[in-house]
Design a protein around this ligand. Sequence first.
Ligand code: 5GP
Length: 194
Amino acid sequence: MSNSPCILVVTAPSGSGKTTLARRLMAALPNIRFSVSATTRAPRSGEVDGRDYHFLSPEAFEQAREEGRLAECEEVYPGCWYGTLLSEIDASDADHPILLDIDVKGASRIKEIHGDRVLTVFIRPPSLDVLEHRLRARASDSDEAIRVRLDRAAHELGWEDHFDVVIVNDNLDTAAERLVTVVGDFLVACRRTA
Ligand code: 5GP
């Protein structure tokens, strides 16, 4: 295990604008690397194995878990497992921070393990109505998948008190600016205590 990992966790209900915010963050602070999770869900069109996720069969995922290669894992949607590879965290330090895009429980777990080496940020959509509108506009999921994601979002909103920072994404530019500022401050503190 790395002695002084440096971990950024950004969590948000699907459709909250998290991907765009994460891209903006990495453009502003280019030494941040994105952690590629393992998952048992099927790739969406345009997704690339090893870049968006490591797409694993349920058996291969279970094997990774048994061999202790996952820092945390959750069944985020029924039948779909997601997990952070330990190797991603071990490769991080204050000069090479790692960005995790994981669910609320995974975020809490990583915080429990790594304490002040982790900054957890919750991105909140202005409302569930706005979220539904964004998910429908994205048009990449079926009605059923959208319903499951909205149920999940309602559940995740109840977890925001577990996070170090909450950012409401009602204006993308303002939210991105705030994200860059809080992460920048955290990285300074991380370097000081490395
Ligand atoms: P999607 O299927 O839309 O790519 O991801 C669904 C959700 O799974 C994301 O919102 C993200 O929070 C969560 N997720 C992705 N990777 C991981 C992971 O490694 N661990 C956990 N706990 N959740 C993850």
